[in-house]
Design a protein around this ligand. Structure first.
Ligand code: PGU
Length: 417
């Protein structure tokens, strides 16, 4: 006899979730039947043919892996692959980092940058001073706002970051807000290629910020999703990390190999904690494992093996460096091309800032209504805050985007809704 079917599902009252401000655009783009369309929403590198890109050095390592009889599909340890964990900390803080040499740095593998942030914040919610608030830049990657409350850290506070007039960092505002945050706050920082503004602190500004953070006893939480992508130089891009660590500051770091090795879907990343006292590192590691184990048990192996092989082999490492230069170089070319195209059209406004911004994104200053106008009329998909992924632009699409921006600046409804 059939079981009586209940009329109502236990999920009848389930509300619709709001769309993700970045990832939902990809679906809209894919579903758009228009012949001419462009997706410059997500921060993912594309070739000048608009194709997704597997780094040749990654391909080379994968080919080697295919023939390696020692590889298997066993579980990795909860904390991840040892060769990867050691190498990724050195990439961030430098080969000679005192914190590493003194054994004060704990690193665990994580599910890319997002997973590292999530594990790190959940760890802090268990062991950091109760009631401490997480501060993020006023303009930031949307998940910086969402992850802390979901990790038990409460709603975030904001610090000023961007000066819309100069299109650079509002360093005075940032310093004021960080000085006024309660002592011992957690400060989320983008060490390079700030997402979405493309405006970074100068080396001197990092040093001044470091002094204030030390005086206030704040805990910096660096989110390094673009090392090597800002300038094409891994060492230059890690300046803030290396400097803070060298000053004896305790800190947290999330790292992602999504962009710089193109390992987006492999979820390859790491979380590091630098502490002032070597005697506590073992306890930190065991507690990080306590966070990870019931969350996803252990991390995926494939991407970590690729990254570890590249990071630990000088020849492959050099190849990777060259490929980073090529990718960041293409992005710079797109910046110049878009600027020139807008200037040629005499689009109102000064577009010099496009070349000054750094990293994958351009924060164009386009308003919400202008972005809507462009999406509707030109089928170009970008974030509603006016952020464009320069890495999604190609020589053959620059003029199309510039034309759409020109039209929007002149003819879209005014306002910032
Ligand atoms: N941190 C920052 C500052 C990021 O921009 C991103 C990715 C991440 C962390 C997380 O990257 P993982 O893939 O987890 O390593 N931001 C991109 C990708 C899309 C997204 O929202 O995840 C972006 O377009 O902003």
């Amino acid at each position: 006899m059939a079981v009586a079917v209940k009329k109502k599902s236990f999920l009848d009252g389930i509300p619709d979730a709001p769309p993700d401000p970045i990832l939902s655009l990809r679906t809209l783009y894919e579903e758009d039947p228009a012949e001419k369309k462009l997706n410059v929403s997500v921060g993912a590198y594309r070739t000048d043919e608009g194709k997704s890109y597997v780094l040749p050095v990654v391909k080379e390592v994968e080919t080697m892996m295919l023939d390696d009889p020692s590889l298997n599909h066993e579980y990795l340890p909860v904390e991840g692959l040892k060769e990867f964990r050691d190498a990724t900390a050195k990439l961030a803080f430098g080969e000679d980092s005192l914190a590493i040499r003194e054994g004060r740095c704990v690193t665990v593998q994580a599910l890319s940058g997002t997973g590292a942030l999530r594990v790190g914040l959940e760890f802090l919610s268990r062991f950091y001073a109760q009631g401490a608030k997480v501060y993020i830049p006023e303009q930031s990657w949307p998940l910086h706002r969402r992850i802390p409350p979901l990790s038990g850290m409460g709603e975030v506070g904001l610090y000023r970051y961007f000066n819309a007039d100069t299109k650079g960092v509002d360093f005075t505002g940032l310093m004021e807000d960080i000085s006024h945050a309660p002592n011992g706050s957690i400060i989320v920082l983008h060490p390079c290629a700030h997402n979405p503004t493309g405006a970074d602190l100068s080396f001197d500004e990092w040093k001044r910020l470091c002094t204030v953070i030390a005086e206030k006893g704040h805990l910096p939480f660096f989110d390094a999703a673009y090392q090597g992508f800002a300038t094409g130089d891994l060492i230059r891009d890690r300046f803030a990390l290396e400097y803070f660590a060298s000053q004896g500051i305790e800190l947290m770091l999330s790292q992602s190999y999504a962009k710089n090795m193109g390992l987006y879907g492999e979820r390859t990343g790491a979380l590091s904690v630098i502490v002032s006292d070597k005697s506590i590192v073992d306890r930190v590691l065991t507690q990080l494992k306590q966070v990870i184990r019931p969350m996803y048990s252990s991390p995926p192996a494939h991407g970590a093996r690729i990254a570890a092989t590249i990071l630990n082999n000088p020849v492959l490492f050099d190849k990777w460096n060259g490929e980073l230069k090529l990718m960041s170089g293409r992005i710079l070319e797109m910046r110049t091309a878009l600027k020139l195209a807008l200037q040629k059209l005499q689009t109102p406004g000064s577009w010099d800032f496009l070349e000054k911004q750094i990293g994958m994104f351009s924060y164009t200053g386009l308003t919400g209504p202008e972005v809507d106008f462009i999406q509707e009329k030109y089928h170009i998909y970008m974030m509603r805050n006016g952020r464009i992924s320069m890495a999604g632009l190609t020589t053959s699409t620059v003029d199309y985007l510039a034309g759409a921006m020109h039209d929007a600046v002149l003819n879209a409804p005014k306002g910032h809704l």
